[in-house]
Design a protein around this ligand. Structure first.
Ligand code: GLC
Ligand code: CA
Length: 546
C-alpha cells in the first residue's frame, strides 16, 4: 500500500501511541524493542490506524523512561539499530500506517555528550552555554540560583562538583536531575534540533510529537525572576511567564514549520503543551506546530456537561486556528481511563494510586464499560484521536507494583508523595500464559499482574463484544464514515445523554449514568456494549443512522 500525498492526512487521523519498551520484546531480554514492533505490524494494521506515535527509543539510561535522551539521532542498542528502525518504518508504511517520533527539546540527559563536555569545561565556557548553568547564591554559592521548582524534585537546580573537586555551579532541570535543561537562547541548540528534525524526516518519518513544548524558552535575564511553583494551577496568559508558555517559543516553531514544509507531504507535529486551552492555538497554528494535545479533554470527568463543554470549546478553538482538534483519554503519563472512570468521581486518583488502590473500591467492569463508551464518543468527533497502547484491550492501571520496583522518577523525586506512571507502562499482555504473557520469551521489566491471564490479545482476538473487537470495528467504520469536520448537537431531553451527528447521517449518542434512554434510528452501526430495542443503557455509546 502506498501512502497518499494528501497534506491533510493528520486532520482526522487515528493515532496509536506505542511505548516501545513495553510493547513487544523480540529477544527475551524483558524490554520491548523495534523488531518487536515490526513483528506486530499486522496487529496494528488490524486496528485501521492512520499512524503510530513512538515514545522515545533513543539511547537513554532510562532515568525518565527514555525522556532523558543521550543521543537524539540514534536508537538505543537495547531497542535495536537504525537499520531496525528503517525496517520498522518500511513495514508500517507498507501497511498504510504513518509514523510520529517523539522530540524532546527541553532537556537532554546528563549522559548526552554536550552535558559531559559542559561538566568538563570551565564556568562561562561555550560548552556550559548549551545548558543553564549559574553560580549559586549565598556566601559560598551554596544556595540555588533561584526558587524554581522541578516536576520531579523539590528544586530545579542541582549543584555540580567542578574538576578541581570543589562544589561549583548549579544547572537547571525542570524535570529529573538527569535531565538538564538546554539553553534555547543559544543558537547552537536551535540549529542542532533542526538537524534532528531533518535527520528523522529524511529517513521518512511523517510527524513529530513535541515533548513539553511549552517549556524550552525561559526568562534568563538576571536576576532570575522568582517562580516558586510550577504554576499550572494559576497560569499566565500573556506569554511572559518565567519558564512556561513564553512568546519566544513561537519563533522557534515558525522555523520548524519551514523545515516541515520542505517535505512532500509536509511533515506534521503535535505539541504536548500543558497550557490553558486559550493558549493552544499558538502551538496548533499552521504557522507553528499545527496541532496540540487537548489536555482539557484528558482531564474531563466522565460527565455529560464536562464532555459537552470541553468538546464545544475545543472545536471552536481548532476552527479559529485552521487546526483540527485532538482527543485523548489515555497516555503514558496518566492513569488509564478505564481505571479513572471506574472510581467514584470524588476520589483523588493519584492519592488512591499511591495507596496501591486500597483506599476506595474500583468498579472494574463499570470502568471498562465507561472507557469503551468514551472511546466511541471521541472516535465520532471531528478531529484526531490519539490512543494509548493497551487501551484497546480495556486495560486497567496496574496498581500493585511493589514500591521498591517503581522506575518512575516522579516517585522518589517527589519524595514518595505520588506513585508515578509505571502502572500504565507495564508490558502488554499478548497471551494468556507464558512468563510475560506473550510480551516476550523472557520476563518483563515491570511486574505484570495475574489478571493479564484473563485480559490479553489472545483472549479477545476474534471474540465478539471484546474491547479489542469493539475498537477494531469502531476504527474500521470510522474510516468509512469520516467526512467533513462538522458536528451538530441534538437535544435529548435527558441530561445524562448527549447526541450529535456528523455529515452523511452518522449519529453518535452516549448515555453517561442515566436511566436507559429510548432513541429512534433506522440502522444501528455499532455500539460499545450490547443494546436492544433502540434503548441505550448507562455507560454506553451507539453509532446509528436515522
Ligand atoms: C513529558 C512526557 C513525560 C516526561 C516529561 C519530561 O511530559 O510525556 O513522560 O516525563 O515530558 O520529558
Ligand atoms: Ca528486547
Amino acid at each position: 500500500m502506498s501512502l497518499s500525498k494528501d497534506a491533510n492526512w493528520w486532520r482526522q487521523a487515528a493515532v496509536y501511541q506505542i511505548y516501545p519498551r513495553s510493547f513487544k520484546d523480540s529477544n527475551g531480554d524483558g524490554i520491548g524493542d523495534l523488531k518487536g514492533i515490526t513483528s506486530q505490524v499486522p496487529y496494528l494494521k488490524s486496528l485501521s490506524l492512520d499512524a503510530v506515535w513512538l515514545s522515545p527509543f533513543y539511547p537513554s539510561a532510562l532515568a525518565d523512561g527514555g525522556y532523558d535522551v543521550d543521543d537524539y539521532r540514534n536508537v538505543d542498542p537495547k531497542l535495536g539499530t537504525l537499520e531496525d528502525f528503517d525496517e520498522m518504518l518500511a513495514a508500517l508504511h507498507e501497511a498504510g500506517i504513518r509514523v510520529f517520533v517523539d522530540i524532546v527539546p527541553n532537556h537532554s540527559s546528563n549522559l548526552h555528550q554536550w552535558f559531559i563536555d559542559a561538566l568538563n569545561s570551565e564556568p562561562g565556557s561555550p560548552e556550559r552555554a548549551r545548558y543553564i548553568f549559574r553560580d549559586g547564591k549565598g556566601k559560598d554559592g551554596e544556595l540555588p540560583p533561584s526558587d524554581w521548582p522541578s516536576h520531579f524534585a523539590p528544586s530545579a537546580w542541582t549543584r555540580i562538583t567542578e574538576k578541581d573537586g570543589k562544589p561549583g555551579q548549579w544547572y537547571c532541570h525542570l524535570f529529573a536531575p538527569e535531565q538538564p535543561d538546554l539553553n534555547w537562547d543559544n543558537p547552537e541548540v536551535e540549529a542542532d534540533f533542526i538537524k534532528t528534525l531533518r535527520f528523522w524526516a529524511d529517513r521518512g518519518v511523517d510527524g513529530f510529537r513535541v515533548d513539553v513544548a511549552h517549556a524550552m524558552k525561559k526568562d534568563l535575564s538576571e536576576p532570575l525572576r522568582s517562580q516558586p511553583t510550577l504554576g499550572y494551577e494559576n497560569p499566565r496568559l500573556d506569554g511572559k511567564g518565567v519558564f512556561f508558555d513564553r512568546a519566544e517559543l513561537f519563533d522557534v516553531y515558525r522555523e520548524w514549520r519551514k523545515v516541515f514544509n520542505e517535505y512532500d507531504p509536509p511533515r506534521v507535529a503535535v505539541a504536548e503543551a500543558n497550557v490553558p486551552i486559550e493558549r493552544m492555538p499558538l502551538y496548533a497554528s499552521d504557522k507553528t506546530l499545527g496541532q496540540a494535545f487537548n489536555f482539557a479533554f484528558l482531564d474531563a470527568k466522565f460527565d455529560p456537561s464536562d464532555y459537552r463543554d470541553t468538546v464545544k470549546k475545543s472545536l471552536e478553538i481548532a476552527d479559529k486556528n485552521h487546526s483540527s482538534s485532538t482527543w485523548v483519554l489515555s497516555n503514558h503519563d496518566k492513569i488509564r481511563h478505564a481505571t479513572r472512570y471506574g472510581l467514584h468521581p470524588i476520589v483523588d486518583e493519584k492519592k488512591w494510586l499511591l495507596a496501591d488502590g486500597k483506599t476506595h473500591p474500583l468498579d472494574r467492569e463499570a470502568g471498562t464499560r465507561a472507557a469503551l463508551a468514551a472511546t466511541m464518543f471521541i472516535l465520532a468527533l471531528p478531529g484526531c484521536t490519539y490512543m494509548y497502547q493497551g487501551e484497546e484491550l480495556g486495560l486497567h492501571e496496574v496498581t500493585d507494583i511493589p514500591h521498591d520496583q517503581i522506575q518512575d522518577p516522579a516517585y522518589a523525586g517527589n519524595l514518595y508523595t505520588e506513585k508515578g506512571r509505571d502502572g500504565c507502562r507495564v508490558p502488554l499482555p499478548w497471551a494468556s500464559t507464558g512468563s510475560s504473557y506473550g510480551f516476550g520469551s523472557g520476563g518483563s521489566h515491570l511486574p505484570q499482574p495475574t489478571w493479564f491471564a484473563e485480559t490479553n490479545v489472545e483472549k479477545q482476538d476474534g471474540k465478539e463484544g471484546s474491547p479489542l473487537e469493539i475498537y477494531r470495528k469502531a476504527l474500521a467504520l470510522r474510516k468509512k464514515l469520516q467526512g467533513e469536520e462538522l458536528l451538530m448537537w441534538h437535544e435529548t431531553k435527558n441530561k445524562e445523554v448527549l447526541h450529535f451527528s456528523r455529515p452523511g447521517g452518522w449519529n453518535c449518542m452516549i448515555n453517561f449514568r442515566g436511566y436507559s434512554h429510548k432513541f429512534e434510528a433506522k440502522e444501528i452501526l455499532h455500539s460499545s456494549a450490547p443494546i436492544s430495542d433502540f434503548t441505550l443503557p448507562a455507560g454506553t455509546t451507539v453509532w446509528f443512522k436515522v
